[in-house]
Structures are given as C-alpha cells and as structure tokens.
Design a protein around this ligand. Structure first.
Ligand code: BG6
Length: 481
C-alpha cells in the first residue's frame, strides 16, 4: 500500500532540524518506501524550489558527514510543498485531492502547537481525510498538566482511535534506551538480582550543558520537571523497572510501563520538601566559556522555573518497594551525559580489609549518551605482596561506540520508521501520559503550597549543593562524571 505523509508545520524548526533528516536517513538506510510522498504544509507561500533549497540547507547542516548529494536529490523527489491553513477543511481536501492517493495510507504529523490540534482534527474530518488506517503523530508538549493533556487528547480521540495516535517521546527512539529491554530480558544473569532485594538504589541522570537561552519563556512555562521528568526520565525509569512483558508488541510493553507509573509513590505537600530539590543556574563557566545565569537570559524579571530537579522516587511494587530511584536532570551542568546507575547491595562481611567501605558496592552503569556503553564495576585484588589483600576497583567495559559509528540514523528515524510500519511499541499511550502527569502535578502542587523555590547552582557545576546534601542524608552520593 502506498504511503502519503501530511506534515503540518512543514517549514518549522522541528521539521527542518529533525523530521526531514529522519526521512532522509531512512532513504540512506534503504528502507524509505519507494513510492512515499511527503507533503510539507505551511501557511506562508513558498515555491517548490525555495522549499527544497531550505530543506537541503538544513539537511547539510544537520546530517554532517552523512550528507550525500546524490541521495538527497533522489530523496527530494518525494518532497512537495503545499501552502495551506491546517484548520481549513476545504484547503485540506484540495491538498489531499492534488497529492494523495485514494487507496494509500495517510500519516498526518502535527508539528504545530497543541492549541490548534482540535481545529486540525475537525478540518481533517470535514475534509474527508480520515480513514480507519490514517495515523497521526504528535509530540510534547502535550498539555502542561493532566487536565490540559486530557482536553487535548479528547479533541484528538474524538476523531481518532487510540491505535491511530502515535505520541512521540524521542528518548524511546534512542538505541541505548531500547537496549534496556535487551539488557534486562536477553541476559538471564540479571533476572534473579534485578529487584530491591539485591539492588540498593538506582540513579537516573540526564545532564545537559546547554542553557535555556532563547527558550527561556518556554522554560518559565514548563521548568525541568515538565520539560524532562514527566516524559523522558519517567520513560527511562519505566524501562529500567518494568516486569518482563508478554511480548515486545505495543500492548504488552505499554501495559507494563503503565503499571510502573501507577505504582510510583505519590509525592505531595507532606513529603515534597524531603523528596525533591529544585535548582536554577547562575552564571558560570561551561566548556571553558563564561555563560550567563538563567535570570540574565530573560527580560530582567526573576525566573520562577527550575532548570534542575532531583527527585527521590519509589516504585511501590512487589519488586521494588523500599528501593530509592533517584532522578535528576538539569541544564548548564558540567557535561552532556545521560546514564542509569544500578548500585547493588553490599555484603558487610569483613573478609577483606576494604570490603565494608561504601566504595565497595558493585555497580552497573548504563551510559545512554553521548557514548553508549555498559560498565560493571568490580572489586579485584591489588597485585602485590601486601598480606592484607587490599582490593581495587576495576570495571568490565562494554562500549558500543563501534555500533554508534556504524549508525546512520537518529531517534526520530527509528520512530518515523515505526509509524510507517504501524508499530506503536515505542510510542506512549494516553494512559501512561495521564499517569505521568498526575504524579508530576502532585509534586508541583506541593512546591506551590510549600513555596519551595529553586536554589541556585553555578553553571558548569554538577548541580546545587542541596542535591548533594539530599543524597548525603540517605548516606549515599551522586555518581558524578
Ligand atoms: C527535549 C527538551 O525534549 O529534550 C529539551 O525539550 C532538551 O529541553 C532535550 O534539551 C534533550 O534531548 P537530548 O536528546 O538532546 O538528550
């Protein structure tokens, strides 16, 4: 069956930076359907030549050494520009009649603000573009709390079934995040020990060195908890903690993730101060350059949003209850780095001199980005004649950088490929998003009620000192890199 793609926001930032390059990578990998048609829609007039020239310019910039003029020219043949208002049924009917095939499957990508999702859905319906096999792709921000998400979702669900809606969380498109399923369920050695009986605690960190810059207004609306935790960090937490799914199909995987979200211990006004830290970056130095603080990036009004958040979460399930899962993410930190650290419980027997020290615990460190890899920290006898048999920390290192070099795609490529193939496994269900929002909403309500404001941290540091104290209070420390 032929595939037609209708891309609203067809000359916008996301389309140019991520979506056209992702389709191009599919072409480069030889898996873009030969008869695909991609129609980029925008309100502002443009010519086909002008449109292609812009796409090419961004493509060269964003695909780097993977840019190939010959492949691009071939790819360009399936791209078409169409001027139109995405909320006008007659305009959509015209575009459809002009470009799409009656017997094909249509995929509609909403790369536009959610405030017009409802209007687009109505126009698609009235314009006669929705068929049972039509798919729709959306991505965050899907609301700024549970109620607004439900309202947006309702507008979409009025015309689409849940199995037609593909909600992107680009973290699920990352190889390293998908590899969590392989690591956990294809390596039997972990089965008996992947639980609170053997694991002391888990840390999930997504650290960024970039600041908010010209996205400061957006950040004032969202803050790190809504921008990063509600989606990316909670999805990583889910894949780290889920029970083995019955199969890798969408229903099985999403059902297991939902169970984890529903088991998250609520954080409310009563415990929010003890279980969370909010931070905001002040001026500092990142990668050898002086950078302004969050407040200096705005119009002079003091910013209210957190650019850093640390949370002590807990999944109150049979497998995990009592095991802390520390989440942290922040902008303008010392490095761009994302990882999961699993620290195993330690045997306190004093067979070896150093064994009782906290530094002795075995750790499994899963690097998500920029370098993908897995390290297992082990204890080893120090070579020599010392009769106390001192130990040293060594690690077994599985680096996937070779995989990365061979890779000719990014997270969006994988996700768009799955939309074309009709596989929803790596997309987030409405019930997961609802559960994630409920958990985050309660934290935000707690902050508001307690008037818990962000504390300052120096740009280029590892975060606020409050976050270190928060860990120290549990007798633990962050894994810094
Ligand atoms: C986006 C956030 O969803 O994810 C950004 O809105 C953040 O603020 C980005 O910078 C991080 O994605 P990645 O893939 O660079 O880790």
């Amino acid at each position: 069956m032929s595939t037609d793609i209708l891309l609203f926001g067809g000359t916008g930032d996301l389309a140019l930076r991520k979506l056209y390059p992702a389709f191009y990578y599919l072409k480069l990998n030889g898996v873009l359907p030969a008869d695909i048609k991609i129609v980029g829609v925008a309100r502002r007039a443009n010519t086909q030549e002008g449109f292609l020239a812009t796409v090419k310019e961004w493509m060269i910039q964003h695909t780097g050494s993977l840019y190939d003029d010959e492949v691009f020219n071939e790819f360009g043949k399936c791209l078409t520009f169409a001027q139109g208002d995405s909320t006008e049924a007659e305009e959509l009917r015209r575009i459809s009649d002009e470009h799409f095939r009656a017997d094909g499957q249509l995929i509609v990508y909403f790369s536009v603000p959610p405030s017009i999702f409802g209007g687009i859905c109505t126009a698609l319906e009235e314009g006669g573009l929705i068929k049972p096999n039509t798919r729709v792709v959306v991505e965050k921000p899907l609301g700024n709390d549970c109620a607004s998400f439900m309202a947006i979702n309702e507008e979409m669900r009025r015309v689409f079934n849940e199995n037609q809606v593909y909600r992107i969380d680009h973290y699920l498109g990352k190889e390293s995040v998908q590899n969590l399923l392989a690591l956990r369920f294809a390596n039997d050695i972990f089965q008996p020990i992947w639980n609170g009986r053997y694991i002391d605690h888990i840390q999930i960190t997504v650290s960024e060195s970039v600041g908010c810059g010209n996205r400061r207004d957006f950040y004032e609306e969202t803050g790190a908890i809504r921008d990063m935790v509600q989606n990316h960090l909670l999805q990583v937490l889910c894949l780290t903690c889920i029970e083995p799914p019955a199969s890798l199909d969408a229903e099985s995987v999403r059902t297991e993730k939902l169970k984890i979200l529903k088991c998250l211990r609520p954080i409310t006004t009563e415990n929010v101060a003890e279980l969370t830290v909010r931070g905001q970056y002040a001026a500092g130095e990142v990668d050898g350059e002086q950078v302004p603080g969050y407040n200096e990036e705005g119009d002079g009004t003091p910013g209210m949003a957190e650019t850093y958040v640390a949370i002590k979460a807990e999944v109150e399930s049979f497998r995990w209850s009592g095991t802390p899962i520390y989440l942290r993410t922040g902008k303008r930190l010392n490095a761009r780095h994302a990882e999961i650290v699993i620290t195993f419980k330690q045997n306190r027997a004093r067979l070896f001199a150093d064994q009782a020290s906290d530094k002795c615990a075995n750790q499994l460190v899963i690097n998500l980005q920029p370098d993908e890899g897995i390290k297992i920290h082990m204890k080893n006898k120090q070579a020599g004649l010392d009769e106390r048999m001192p130990l040293e920390n060594r690690f077994m290192d599985l680096s996937f950088s070779d995989n990365a070099r061979a890779k000719k795609h990014d997270a969006y490529t994988r996700l768009l490929y799955d939309v074309i193939r009709g596989d929803q496994t790596l997309f987030v269900s409405e019930r997961e998003i609802e559960a994630a929002w409920k958990w985050v909403d309660a934290i935000r309500a707690g902050w508001a009620e307690r008037d818990q404001k962000p504390c300052q941290y120096t740009a280029g540091s590892t975060g606020p000192s409050d976050a270190d104290e928060f860990m120290a209070a549990d007798g633990r420390s962050w894994n810094n890199f």
